[in-house]
Each structure stands twice: as structure tokens, then as C-alpha cells.
Design a binder for this molecule. Structure first.
Ligand code: ATP
Ligand code: MG
Length: 459
């Protein structure tokens, strides 16, 4: 508000001197005309002395000389002489001259007389000259300056107040709500009330409001998801603990059955051991997934082709009808944790089988410092809902018994190796995923990679 008041006052101050000069000019002109009327009324001094003095007082002048073509009329207060009077011409009194007169008036003597001269309005070629007291002009100008100053202050105050109210209403208050909401959200993101300020319109505050509201919504949802995941992780960890206790005797029994001479019982033992192992693996994978900090993989230089073969083997337990082409070159090596990459590939291959694909082909090629592995199937393509939230945990196509963790685990494990998992393409004729893994560093130049004949594994 004070800034606005100051700005208006400065603007008014710039107009102050010209308006003061204008007022001075008008005052002098008024006295010139009043003097002319007084001279004409006195008619060459034929009136009594007292009346002539009254005429001069009413006109506000000390003496007047009216020069016309055929006569000269003079009227002078007793004892007044034009000696030392300061000459001022009208209408030659231009604005700069008038301004100079105002400034000169500040330094000149206030008891001096001003000799004001101008043309006669009645007689062309005639002139009028009056003597006026500087003190009278100074008094008029100081009252004028006071009045203008008071009006300027009032206007500045009113404009400042109006602007202050407008700025407060349109700018300060909305900004205050924005900052309040940001501070409250930072202090307690889960419980802070959502931003409810201005969000409609195209101005900056509305845009900032919309973005803030959206950000709060998304962050709150992410926090909620994380809290749920953390809770899930804790409960699954407990289940894992108890389940191991429950499954240990089952595993022991199954292993005994495996040792049986009877082929039927031995097969049942094998199946039971695999089932128990799958159960423990499943629970372990959920516990690992729910862990907040991913464990750094224990990397080693490994050949990729046998890893794909092992993953294919595991995937075929779940989906025995799937044909898997392992087209990874024999010499291709990666720098990775074997068990993790087997899990990654098993998940991708099993997904293809579960989506009722008939055929999957796994290929790999070197791209700079990484090995890019592609898993392409001829299945029905990803459901729209899965595509929209790809690699997010608990997103499934609705197959009974699926947890929706497979792809999220794939991405986490690949990223833990410094690589990336992505969807290459999906359509009604198939889906292909691509993962990048760090290539094993070689001491010698890598041999040329001849394409390997695909190895078909059938369950
Ligand atoms: N190759 C694929 N072809 C078609 N759909 C796929 C393919 N891979 C994944 N999907 C779809 O993506 C969903 C999510 O896969 P994801 O592996 O994350 O979870 P899931 O297979 O449902 O459960 P989980 O792997 O945890 O047992 C699947 O339910 C399936 O609908
Ligand atoms: Mg899966």
C-alpha cells in the first residue's frame, strides 16, 4: 500500500510545478483585468481620492496604467512608485517563464512590487500595466499549494487503498493459500487438507493451484501405496517365517519319498519337492519385493545361453505347452547375478505361456556396453489395463491365482543391475519385451557372433 501511495505522490509531484505556474499566470491575468476595470471606472482621476483608493483595493492592485490609442488612464495609490518593481509580461508569460517566476518567487523579496503588463482587451494596440504586491501573490500561491498538496495526499491514499485491496484479493490471498497448502502438505503429507484454492482459469495462480492439487493427489496416492506395500511386506515376512516352519517337515517327507525304490512314489516325491520349493520361492519373492532397499546383486561373469535354458526349463513347469526358442549366441556373456536373471527370464517366459502364446523366441545382441535381450511371443498381446500401468506391482490381466508382481520384479531386478526393462511392441499377434543387462568385460576382442540355431525346449 505504501508503495502505491508513494508512486501516486511522485506522479502528482511531477504535475505540481506546472499547475502552480498555471495558477500564478491566471492570478496575474485576473489582476490585470480587474486593474483595467478600475482604471476605466476612475475615468482619468475625476473621482474623489477615497473612491479611487477603494477601486484599487477591490481590484487588488497598487496602480494601473491603461494605454489606449486616444488616451492614457492612470490610477495610483498614494505613495506608490513603480521604482524597483519586477517586470512580468502577459500573455508572453509562457509555462517555463511562469515556472521560473514561481521558483524566482521563492527567493525574491516578498514586499516587492510586480509590474504586470499585457494587452488591452478593448482597444487593439492598447496595453494595460498594473502594480501588484508580491506578498498577495505569494499568499495566493501558498494557499493553492496547500490545497493541491492535500488533494494529492487524499487521492494517493484512496488509490493506494483501492490498489492494496485489489492486490490483496486477487494476488496476495491466493498466493498465501498456495504457500500455506504447500507448507501444510510438507509438514504432514498424509493428513494435510488438500489444496482448495483457485484452480480454474489460465492465470499463473490458477495453473500453480491446479498443478499443486494434482501433485498432492498423486503424492498422497503414492504414499498410500507405499504404506500398503510396507504393511504387506511385514505381514508376508511373518507368513514366510511361519510357512518355512510348516513346510520343513513336508519337504523332509517329500525328500524321503524321492529316495523310494518305487517309481510311482519317487515321482510323487519329486512333484511334492517341486511344489514345496515353488511355495517357498513365491513367498520369498514377495518378501524381497516388499523390501524397501533393493539388495545389490552378487554379479559374476556368466554365459547367457545356459541362463535362458534354465529359465525356459522352469517356465515349462508352469506352461508345458509353450515352445521356447533359445536363440542366444553361445559366446554371449553378461555380468550379472545368475539367480536374478533366471527369475527375470522365467517371469517373462511364464507370462507368455500363461497368456496362451504358442511360441516364444529369446534373442540377444550386444549394444555398446550392454546386452539387449528380447523375449518375443505370438500371444494375444497385453490387455489395455496392464499396458496403462506397465511394470507396476499388483497389476494383472485378471488370471485367477496371479499376483501381478512378475513384471514389477523383472523391472526391479534389471534396474538393480543397472539395466532397463521395456515393452518393445504388443498387438493381437504377439508381445515382445526387451531387457538390457551389463555386458561382461572382456580382456580380448570378442569373437564374431554367429547366429545360433534355436534350441527348442518342450515341456
Ligand atoms: N507376454 C504377455 N502376453 C500377454 N499378456 C501379458 C504378457 N506378459 C504379461 N501380460 C499381462 O500382464 C499382466 C501382469 O503380468 P505380471 O507378470 O506382472 O503379473 P501376473 O503374471 O499376473 O502375476 P505373477 O507373475 O505375479 O504370477 C498379466 O496378468 C498378463 O495379463
Ligand atoms: Mg507373471
Amino acid at each position: 500500500m505504501w508503495l502505491t501511495v508513494a508512486t501516486v505522490l511522485i506522479a502528482e509531484a511531477l504535475f505540481f510545478l506546472p499547475s502552480l505556474a498555471r495558477a500564478r499566470h491566471d492570478w496575474l491575468e485576473r489582476h490585470l483585468r480587474a486593474g483595467q476595470i478600475a482604471a476605466l471606472s476612475a475615468d482619468g482621476g475625476k473621482l474623489q481620492n477615497g473612491i479611487r483608493a477603494d477601486l484599487l483595493t477591490l481590484a487588488g492592485v497598487e496602480a494601473v496604467t491603461l494605454q489606449e490609442s486616444d488616451r492614457t488612464l492612470r490610477l495610483t495609490r498614494a505613495g506608490v512608485t513603480p521604482d524597483g518593481a519586477v517586470r512580468t509580461d502577459l500573455p508572453g508569460d509562457s509555462l517555463p517563464a511562469a515556472a521560473a517566476g514561481v521558483i524566482g518567487g521563492l527567493v525574491g523579496r516578498s514586499d516587492a512590487l510586480l509590474d504586470v503588463r499585457g494587452p488591452s482587451l478593448l482597444d487593439e494596440g492598447g496595453s494595460v500595466a498594473v502594480l501588484v504586491r508580491r506578498a498577495a501573490l505569494d499568499h495566493f500561491l501558498s494557499r493553492f499549494a496547500l490545497r493541491v498538496g492535500a488533494i494529492s495526499l487524499a487521492v494517493a491514499g484512496a488509490v493506494g487503498l483501492l490498489l492494496f485491496c485489489a492486490l490483496t484479493l486477487l494476488l496476495v490471498r491466493p498466493l498465501h493459500r498456495l504457500t500455506e497448502s504447500i507448507a501444510a502438505f510438507r509438514a504432514d503429507p498424509e493428513r494435510a487438507a488438500p489444496y482448495d484454492g483457485v484452480t480454474h482459469g489460465d492465470d499463473e495462480i490458477a495453473v500453480a493451484g491446479r498443478e499443486l492439487a494434482a501433485m498432492q493427489r498423486e503424492l498422497r496416492a503414492a504414499l498410500w501405496r507405499n504404506a500398503r506395500l510396507a504393511a504387506l511386506g511385514t505381514s508376508v515376512a511373518k507368513i514366510n517365517h511361519d510357512l518355512r516352519g510348516i513346510l520343513s517337515p513336508a519337504l523332509l517327507t517329500a525328500e524321503r519319498l524321492q529316495m523310494s525304490e518305487e517309481p510311482g512314489i519317487k515321482r510323487a516325491g519329486d512333484t511334492l519337492v517341486r511344489a514345496v520349493e515353488r511355495a517357498t520361492t513365491l513367498v520369498r519373492s514377495i518378501v524381497e519385493f516388499a523390501r524397501e532397499i533393493p539388495v545389490a546383486p552378487q554379479r559374476a561373469r556368466i554365459a547367457l545361453r545356459p541362463v535362458v535354458a534354465e529359465a525356459a526349463d522352469q517356465a515349462l513347469h508352469a506352461t508345458p505347452d509353450l515352445a521356447i526358442d533359445n536363440a542366444v549366441p553361445e559366446a554371449m556373456e553378461i555380468d550379472a547375478e545368475r539367480a536374478s536373471i533366471v527369475r527375470v527370464l522365467t517371469n517373462l517366459l511364464r507370462n507368455a505361456g500363461e497368456a496362451r502364446a504358442h511360441h516364444v523366441r529369446v534373442t540377444a545382441e550386444q549394444e555398446g556396453g550392454v546386452v539387449a535381450v528380447t523375449v518375443a511371443d505370438d500371444g494375444p498381446g497385453l490387455p489395455d489395463a496392464v499396458q496403462a500401468a506397465l511394470f507396476r506391482p499388483f497389476v494383472t490381466g485378471g488370471r485367477p491365482g496371479s499376483t501381478g508382481l512378475g513384471l514389477a520384479i523383472v523391472r526391479d531386478l534389471v534396474r538393480a543391475h543397472g539395466g532397463e526393462a521395456s515393452l518393445l511392441a504388443t498387438s493381437a499377434s504377439g508381445t515382445s519385451f526387451r531387457i538390457t543387462l551389463p555386458r561382461a568385460a572382456r580382456h580380448t576382442a570378442p569373437p564374431a557372433m554367429a547366429p545360433q540355431p534355436p534350441v527348442e525346449l518342450r515341456g
